[in-house]
Design a protein around this ligand. Sequence first.
Ligand SMILES: *Cc1c(COP(=O)(O)O)cnc(C)c1O
Length: 401
Amino acid sequence: MIDKNVKRKLAFLDEEIKTLKKEDRFIKPRVLHSAQKPVSIIDGKKVVNLTSNNYLAMADNPAVKKAAIDAINKYGVGSAAVRTIIGTMKIHKELEEKFARFKKTEDSILFQSGFTTNVAVCQSLMTSEEYLLISDELNHASIIDGARLAKSPRKIYKHKDMNNLREILESPESKKAKRKLIVTDGVFSMDGDITPLPEIVELANKYDAMVMVDDAHASGVIGKQGRGTVNHYGLDGKVEIQIGTLSKAFAAVGGYAATTKNMTAYLGSVARPFLFSSSQPPSVAATCIKILDILLKEPKYLKQLWDNTNFFKEELKKAGFDTGESVTPITPVMVGDSSKAIKFSNMLFDEGVFSLYIVYPTVPKGKERLRAIVTAGHTIKDLEFAVSKFIKVGRKLGIIN
Ligand SMILES: *Cc1c(COP(=O)(O)O)cnc(C)c1O
């Protein structure tokens, strides 16, 4: 029984929830009843799943699962300590070395999630009001929160607008800043477009700013063997910090910064999430080590991801859908209206396809959409089925003719 005083004091939440519902911002997630698979059981129904970030379909790969289980048998289920106390296991070090090699950097450092990695780096580097953090307007929420925790002021440049970035770098605030950090997503998570990194690096060198690229949606997806945005542009060794996540193509949970040895040494001594939140279960490290091995040895997964992506996008475009600016597996299907996008997603689900709606405030008003992400595990049959349902429901709702 909950005490009536507790109920009374929390009654304001009923009002908050009412407002959220009125504004289409109330979230009640669907529930996965199976592993994260190309065809999953969601809310008890078998559907083609186009909503995960399981790019390489590794979440239930038998060899990966075996590696995780072996690690549990060898190291147990958790470290029960933060990294700086006695939570650093040999397998964490091994993974950090592997990510460094994968990203062609000197070293890398693991964090508990991609979110905490961004927060950790921004907060640890931007420790003075005399510094300046410069961020693309469509960067991920975790970069925004990292910038909020930083002591430095921040400037936001228009999405991928290099003239605007140059203007900021030439501004008096930037000129007098003693340390500057330009932060950008590699692949933008809602639109699937890629940052113009060569131009950013050129400007950064000219104006003496560091560059940090968040490759959450790029690692395991673009670049040679899935090495990410920096490699995709042939800029290996030319970017100060590459952020990655273990939670998307790497199918587990966690994040890392691939960077120089002095940077990991510094972050490992001051980054608050590293110091005050426990390390990952060893099975997570084993999972990622195995997936890295697979990526390097078996190109078929990456090839399948891109074959599927190209097929799916082409078919949607042929049907008349607007799939935006995407050049990656993230495929927005533009709707332009909140309740219509929600309806589209729900009707598709009833037809056996799950593609989640994305509405304001995640995207601007008028840019409401569904977001579909194919994986290496989808078959052409799965994708043909999904496209046929997009067409059927899209016509019913007047999104296509
Ligand atoms: C998903 C995502 C993150 C957060 O990663 P997690 O490991 O899930 O915390 C950070 N940045 C970007 C661009 C993302 O898309």
